[in-house]
Design a protein around this ligand. Structure first.
Ligand SMILES: [Fe+2]
Length: 217
């Protein structure tokens, strides 16, 4: 649920039509498809509190497999592009900075055999890289610059910055926060002490620039 342009938007993590909710009464106002806004966006679309915009992404099992766009503070669509992918993927979040949006394409994808049988399950492809697509906020599909990292999956982005980072090997790196003291880890260790404060250490992920060609599904 995100606040945008005077109303709460309830959204679906696997994308769908958002519903508007009154921010004070929590009364459901109805489908938030007015003023030409897109009919499908993902739950981790992100409001920009400085500009009043809502940056959104959408993904689907059929082409276009992923879209990205911007809705203005007037609730009218400002920008939308189709993100070139070779097949369906499962992005959970994205990151935004003042001028750029970072789209996710990780090697956890819907299993094509299951889809062909009318079912849905996900499959991890360890031979494929993680990919981050950096696009100017109003950039075209041709302006997406893809960067690769080791195969992994990431759910949520805490923050992002436009500043350049380099690790000790001189590569660009993406700060990647991770909780190291979650309840599952304490339970696994057999510990019965009070929860420790959450820590968000910065874990750097080596990334490298790659041409725009997406990997085969
Ligand atoms: Fe989430």
């Amino acid at each position: 649920m995100k606040y945008h342009a005077g109303r709460l938007l309830t959204m679906w993590y696997r994308s769908g039509l958002p519903y508007a909710v009154d921010p004070e009464t929590l009364e459901t106002l109805g489908p938030a498809d007015t003023d030409g806004a897109p009919d499908r966006i993902s739950a981790h679309s992100r409001p920009d509190e400085h500009t009043g915009e809502l940056l959104w992404f959408d993904y689907d099992l059929k082409p276009p497999y992923m879209r990205y766009g911007v809705i203005g503070p007037d609730r009218k669509p400002r920008h939308a592009i189709e993100v070139p992918l070779a097949g369906p993927n499962l992005p959970h979040d994205m990151a935004v900075t003042e001028h750029y949006t970072i789209l996710h394409d990780f090697p956890l994808r819907p299993d094509p055999d299951a889809l062909a049988a009318g079912r849905y399950k996900v499959r991890f492809y360890p031979e494929q890289p993680s990919r981050f697509g950096i696009v100017p906020r109003y950039g075209s599909a041709d302006e997406i610059r893809w960067f690769e990292a080791k195969p992994a999956y990431m759910l949520h982005v805490v923050n992002a910055t436009g500043r350049r980072h380099r690790n000790r090997h001189g590569r660009h790196a993406v700060p990647h926060p991770r909780r190291r003291d979650g309840p599952h880890r304490r339970a696994a260790a057999g510990a019965h002490h009070p929860p420790a404060p959450a820590r968000l250490p910065a874990v750097r992920m080596a990334v490298r620039r790659r041409p725009a060609a997406p990997p085969s599904a």
